[in-house]
Design a protein around this ligand. Structure first.
Ligand code: ADP
Ligand code: MG
Length: 526
């Protein structure tokens, strides 16, 4: 009820003249005046209309005002309706108390003084209006409280659900403000980075982002600021310093002051994919080599036998015998290479004894074409015959990458030096093999040196994957070895040397590892 909404005043009297006189007096109040000439009519009106005040004569011949008051009060809806009695006779206090008991709120005696009647009715009209307003406000308040409570309950449940989901996610989910301070760090992030929630608090996440591929971190941040989101691979460092490739999605919030980052570790995936790609390439070449070796093996044997018979034939003179022996010797070498080639491609599931000189010679054989095409002068110096226990496929990948890089660094020719020697690791004092690959290419720029072993780092634009050195480092670490490089200048020539240390285990140092074949493989060519 708005303050200017009119309220209803019910006037009950069996004498129309009296009703008329009340009407005249009360018309100044500006409210709705409703007349009833019987109790029945009065009750009917009360049931249909919201009445603020009932004004009634106590002593009506056909209707006792007290009885009507009783009826009104009995009804639960009218328990608080104001009733003003007009009494024609002098009322004793007992009469008055009687009336009050029935719920009368006031009495007016005859002769009615208009101002008094108007004032009294006015008070109750006001009261009614205020009560109604209060009731309405209360109802509104209750409704709002209920709505808000429900809203809170829902948002709390929503929040809890969301937090649970974020917690359950296997991805790292991080919320940070744009200055870098961490606001949210789920268990996925703890697993990925190794820092717990408490440890990460106050840390600047930006510092953990080293490189961004394929764009720089600045470019990613710029894209984030303008496009509101960014997606790509980041190279990050975990707590233990490990280098990780993480597929990342960054989204800026609506206010532009916080960033949601969802990250997934794809290091192993990329490593496996690249290793598989390299291995598949080798396997394909292996199949071709296998077919060729198989096809030439039988005729080769027949020819060797024929030469053997020829060499010992009585009709041959000394000179012919010499040539036959020479041919037989070369044929033996060819069949050796054939067998070696076959064994090179045969992959084993168990670690086996791998001869490094043999393995590296085979890698060189694979790279024969670019070595010749680029006009590269190859120098080999193997002073160790040591072997390793391991998987030839993996070890081959290391040297394919290193020798491949050296060749690619010398498109216009140069020197490629390969060395294998026994050594003791200066750090761990463990014995092992040092294998170095040195080229006379342009060298490595100081600003690139730091990033050489990072995944995706390449200076070969579309031709490079930037994964070769990273994969090689991974494999070397698996063998508990080390890989390093250095570049230097001498006599106006740049040198770049990649050195791999692979532990052999104490017993194998200096031990002759394989039969005469391998010993023959130690073809120290300076
Ligand atoms: P990719 O060969 O696909 O570029 P790598 O991981 O094998 O990837 O090498 C990464 C980068 O290291 C190369 O792009 C190159 O800049 C540098 N690099 C590697 N080996 C040599 C080398 N022998 N001489 C000069 N730079 C090299
Ligand atoms: Mg490479």
């Amino acid at each position: 009820m708005t303050p200017d909404e009119k309220v209803n005043i019910l006037m009950v009297d069996d004498q129309p003249a009296k009703l008329l006189s009340y009407e005249v007096i009360l018309s100044d109040l500006g409210e709705n005046l409703i007349k009833a000439s019987s109790a029945k009519e009065a009750l009917n009106i009360l049931l249909k209309t919201d009445i603020a005040v009932v004004l009634m004569n106590v002593s009506m011949p056909e209707l006792d005002g007290f009885e009507l008051a009783d009826m009104i009060r009995e009804h639960p809806r009218f328990g608080k309706t104001a009733i003003i009695f007009i009494s024609g006779v002098h009322l004793t206090d007992t009469d008055k108390i009687n009336g009050y008991r029935r719920g009368a709120v006031d009495y007016i005696s005859v002769p009615v003084i208009p101002e008094v009647l108007r004032a009294k009715v006015g008070v109750f009209v006001d009261l009614h209006r205020k009560t109604r307003q209060l009731e309405r406000l209360n109802a509104e308040l209750e409704r709002r409280v209920a709505a808000r409570t429900e809203e809170l309950r829902q948002s709390e449940a929503h929040h809890r659900e969301r937090a649970e989901l974020l917690e359950l996610a296997t991805e790292a989910i991080i919320v940070r403000d744009i200055k870098g301070a961490i606001r949210f760090w789920n268990s996925g992030a703890e697993t990925l980075y190794g820092w717990t929630r408490d440890e990460i608090r106050g840390r600047d996440l930006h510092q953990t982002l080293e490189t961004v591929f394929p764009v720089s971190r600045e470019a990613a941040e710029y894209a984030l600021a303008t496009a509101k989101s960014w997606q790509g691979n980041l190279i990050v460092h975990g707590k233990d310093g490990r280098e990780l490739v993480v597929a990342t999605r960054k989204v800026l919030n609506r206010d532009g002051d916080a960033v949601l980052e969802i990250q997934r570790d794809i290091t192993a995936q990329i490593q496996a994919e690249e290793a598989l790609r390299q291995a598949e390439k080798l396997a394909a070449m292996g199949r071709v080599a296998g077919i060729i070796a198989h096809e030439i093996n039988n005729p080769l044997e027949a020819i060797t036998n024929a030469f053997y018979l020829l060499r010992n034939h009585h009709s041959l003179d000394e000179e012919a015998r010499y040539y036959a022996a020479l041919a037989e010797q070369e044929l033996t070498r060819v069949s050796h290479i054939t067998r070696q080639t076959l064994s090179f491609y045969r992959e084993s599931r168990q670690p086996i004894t791998v001869s490094l000189p043999e393995l590296i010679d085979n890698v060189v054989e694979l790279q024969q074409r670019p070595i010749l095409l680029n006009g590269i002068d190859l120098q080999k110096k193997y002073t160790s015959t040591a072997a390793l226990r391991g998987f030839p496929g993996e070890l081959r990948q290391i040297f394919l990458n290193l020798i491949g890089n050296a060749i690619q660094a010398m498109p216009a020719g140069g020197k490629l030096r390969l060395r294998i020697s026994d050594t003791v690791d200066s750090g761990t004092q463990r014995r092992g093999l040092a294998i170095s690959v040195t080229d006379t290419g342009p060298g490595i720029r100081p600003e690139d040196a730091r990033r050489l072993f990072q995944p995706f780092f390449t200076t070969k634009s579309a031709k490079g994957t930037g994964l070769g050195l990273w994969i090689s480092k991974g494999i070397v670490q698996k063998y508990e070895g080390r890989i390093s490089f250095r570049t230097w200048r001498k006599d106006d020539c740049a040198f770049t040397c990649f050195r791999v240390f692979l532990p052999t285990g104490d017993t194998s140092v200096g031990e002759p590892v394989r039969d005469s074949e391998v010993a023959a493989g130690v073809r120290a060519i300076a």
